[in-house]
Structures are given as structure tokens and as C-alpha cells.
Ligand binder design. Structure first.
Ligand code: AMP
Length: 191
């Protein structure tokens, strides 16, 4: 199996690129943000509990997202692989993912880190907020909170994956197609 983590701050283009990579390499795309938004939309207990945190740019609990990932992997064991988008976001989640994959004799093939500076991220998030109506994209204060959460909780995972020798940084600024090609160039040799 080809198991890829697409890593990066909010607005780096993870969702856009994950969809394209999933299509090209025939992988199951797992976005914890999308899964949580679907729960919110469906008005489930989980969604109602997560909504307030999401609107404020705060992470939902590791147990909730890890449970969602466990179920997705468990239901797709015959897949060619997975692309994880927006997960893991904490060290706890990264360790839980390793344990989960190990349970099925699987492991992470590569972690692709999309590198984008903060000024560009804010521009993209503001535009996405206008187009999608996402509450957490529409307010500068929430953006700054998400960046702070990213720096303190998520960015340390770069060291976790680089220590394992599976972190690859890719420039996330430029045309979507050019970035896609650069990501594919990292993936193809690992197949
Ligand atoms: P995203 O669509 O990835 O930007 O995620 C939107 C929001 O969903 C985040 O700000 C968090 O509140 C929540 N979320 C998404 N993925 C995770 C995760 N792996 N761990 C905790 N919270 C998450």
C-alpha cells in the first residue's frame, strides 16, 4: 500500500492536492476536516460537540479523530493506499496512526510537507472563506488561532517524520498543476 501524509498549515493547499493525488494514484482520500464537517452538517452528537471548537480554530480531541481514521482504514483494507489530509495534527495522533497502521501490517510511505509563508496562507484562507462560507476561514482572529495551534501542536511533527527519514518538503507556492507535479515527483519513486 502507498500511504501518504499531506502535511502543512491551514491554507497550504492540502485538500486541493490530496484530491488530485488520490485520483492519480487511486488512493482513498481521508480528510478529518471534511469528515468532521459532514458530522456537523448531519447534526450528529459528534458534529454538535465538534462545531464550536472548529469555528474557533481549536483542535477536536485526539480520540474523536483517531476513531474516525480507524473506522475509515478498517473499512478500506483492500485499497491501494490512503492519503491523509489534515491528520495527524498532534504527536499523539501521529503515534496513534503508526499503531493503527501497524495493526494491519502497514506503515507510512511518505510525508509530504507543503511549504507556504503566512502572508500567502492568510490571502488564500480569506478567499476560501468568501467562496465556501466556512466560518473558521472568515475571521482574522480565528486564522491567527489556527496558525498558533499549527505552530505549537502540528509543526513539531516535522521532526517526528524527518527522524524516521520519511519527510519531503515541497514548495506550495505557484500554480496548482506545478505543485501537483512536484508532489508526484516525490511519490513516484516510492511506488
Ligand atoms: P481542516 O479542514 O483540516 O482545516 O480542519 C478544520 C477544523 O477541524 C480544525 O481547525 C479542527 O478544529 C478540526 N480538525 C480537523 N482535523 C483535525 C485533527 N486531525 N485533529 C483535531 N482537530 C481536527
Amino acid at each position: 500500500m502507498l500511504n501518504i501524509i499531506l502535511f502543512g498549515p491551514p491554507g497550504a493547499g492540502k485538500g486541493t492536492q490530496a484530491i488530485k493525488i488520490a485520483e492519480k494514484f487511486n488512493l482513498i482520500h481521508i480528510s478529518t476536516g471534511d469528515l468532521l464537517r459532514a458530522e456537523v452538517k448531519a447534526g450528529t452528537d459528534l458534529g454538535n460537540a465538534a462545531k464550536n471548537l472548529m469555528d474557533k480554530g481549536i483542535l477536536v480531541s485526539d480520540e474523536i479523530v483517531t476513531g474516525m481514521i480507524d473506522s475509515k482504514i478498517g473499512h478500506n483494507l483492500s485499497a491501494k493506499g490512503f492519503i491523509f489530509d489534515g491528520f495527524p495534527r498532534t504527536l499523539n495522533q501521529a503515534e496513534a496512526l503508526d499503531a493503527l497502521l501497524a495493526k494491519y501490517n502497514l506503515s507510512i510511505t511518505s510525508t509530504l510537507s507543503l511549504e507556504v509563508d503566512e502572508e500567502e496562507l492568510y490571502k488564500r484562507i480569506s478567499l476560501r472563506g468568501k467562496l465556501s462560507g466556512r466560518v473558521d476561514d472568515q475571521d482574522r482572529h480565528t486564522f491567527l488561532k489556527r496558525m498558533q495551534v499549527y505552530r505549537t501542536e502540528t509543526a513539531p511533527l516535522k521532526k517526528y517524520y524527518s527522524d524516521k527519514g520519511i519527510l519531503n518538503a515541497v514548495n506550495g507556492i505557484g500554480e496548482i498543476e506545478d505543485i501537483f507535479v512536484a508532489l508526484c515527483d516525490e511519490i513516484t519513486p516510492k511506488m
